[in-house]
Write a protein that binds this ligand. Structure first.
Ligand code: NAD
Length: 252
C-alpha cells in the first residue's frame, strides 16, 4: 500500500490479536508505530518485535488522561501523529439479558464506545495543530451490523462505534481527514477465547466458524490487511465506510 512510509501511526489494543497484527503490518510498510494497551508487558513485547521504530505506551483508552498521554508521547518521540487504528475492545459478560448488570454495561461501553470517542477526539485535536491530512480506522464488528442472542452490551457498544465513525467522518471530511471502520467476523484471539471460556464453551465458539460462508474463522492478519488498506493512500476516496472482513458472515 502507498503512503505509509514514515507516517506515525497509533494502534490501540496493540498488545495482542488484531491490534498486534496491525502494528506489525504498519511497521513492515515503513510506519513508525505508537502501540497502546492496558497490558504493559504485552505492548512492550509487541514493540520489541516490530521491524521498524516503535513506541510502547501502556494506557487505558477509556481514561482521558491516558489518551492525552499517548498522543503527547507520540509527538515527543516522533514529532507528529498521522494515522490511528482505534482498536482496543472487550466483550464483557455473556450473562442472559435479565442477569446483566448496569456495571457490565458501563464497563463495556466505557472501553469500546467512550474509548472510540476519546481516541477520535484526541486525533482531531492533534490533526488541527498539524499541516492537514490524517486517517482513522475504528475496529467495529459484525456485532455492529447484526443482532444476536447474547452480548448485548458489546452489541450496543459496537453499534455505537458506527455512530462515532459517521459523526467523525462528517466532521473530518472537509478537513481532509478520512475516517473508516473495519467490521471483523469471528477471529480466534484472546478476546475470543476469554469470552468463550466465560461462556463455558471454547470449542463451541470455534465450531461457529462452520456457519461462516467461507467455512472458517479469520486471522488477525486478515483483518489488519483491511485496516492498512484503509489507512493508506490507496483508499484516498474511501470515507465514512465500514468494510466487513468476516468470511461473508454479514450476508447470512
Ligand atoms: P484481543 O483481546 O486479542 O485484543 C484486544 C486488546 O485490547 C488486548 O491487548 C487488551 O489488553 C486491549 N485492551 C482491552 N481493554 C483496553 C483498554 N481499556 N485500553 C487499552 N487497551 C485495552 O482481541 P481482538 O480480537 O484482537 O480485538 C480487537 C478488536 O477487534 C476489539 O475492538 C474487538 O471488539 C474487535 N473484534 C474482534 C473480533 C474477534 O472475533 N476477535 C470480532 C469483531 C470485532
Amino acid at each position: 500500500w502507498e503512503g505509509l512510509e514514515g507516517k506515525v501511526a497509533v494502534v490501540t489494543g496493540a498488545a495482542s490479536g488484531i491490534g498486534a497484527a496491525s502494528a506489525r503490518r504498519l511497521s513492515a510498510l515503513g510506519a513508525r508505530v505508537v502501540a497502546v494497551d492496558v497490558d504493559a508487558d504485552g505492548v512492550h513485547g509487541v514493540v520489541a518485535g516490530l521491524p521498524g521504530p516503535g513506541l510502547a505506551v501502556p494506557g487505558d483508552v477509556s481514561r482521558e488522561e491516558d489518551v492525552r498521554r499517548y498522543a503527547q508521547r507520540a509527538v515527543e518521540e516522533f514529532g507528529r501523529l498521522d494515522l490511528h487504528h482505534l482498536n482496543a475492545g472487550i466483550v464483557g459478560s455473556f450473562a442472559p439479558l435479565p442477569e446483566l448488570t448496569a456495571d457490565d454495561f458501563d464497563h463495556v461501553l466505557g472501553v469500546n464506545l467512550r474509548g472510540a470517542f476519546l481516541g477520535v477526539r484526541e486525533a482531531f485535536r492533534r490533526y488541527r495543530t498539524q499541516d492537514g491530512g490524517g486517517a482513522i480506522v475504528l475496529t467495529a464488528s459484525i456485532a455492529s451490523l447484526r443482532g444476536s442472542h447474547d452480548l448485548l452490551p458489546y452489541q450496543a457498544s459496537k453499534h455505537g462505534v458506527l455512530g462515532v465513525l459517521r459523526g467523525a467522518a462528517m466532521y473530518g471530511g472537509p478537513l481532509g481527514v478520512r475516517v473508516n471502520a473495519v467490521a471483523p467476523g469471528l477471529v480466534p484471539t484472546g478476546l475470543f477465547s476469554d469470552a468463550a471460556a466465560a461462556a463455558g464453551g471454547g470449542d463451541d465458539m470455534l465450531r461457529r466458524g462452520t456457519t461462516v460462508p467461507l467455512r472458517r474463522t479469520g486471522t488477525p492478519d486478515e483483518i489488519a490487511s483491511v485496516v492498512v488498506f484503509l489507512l493508506s493512500d490507496d483508499a484516498a476516496y474511501v470515507h465514512g465506510e465500514v468494510i466487513s472482513a468476516d468470511g461473508g458472515s454479514a450476508i447470512v
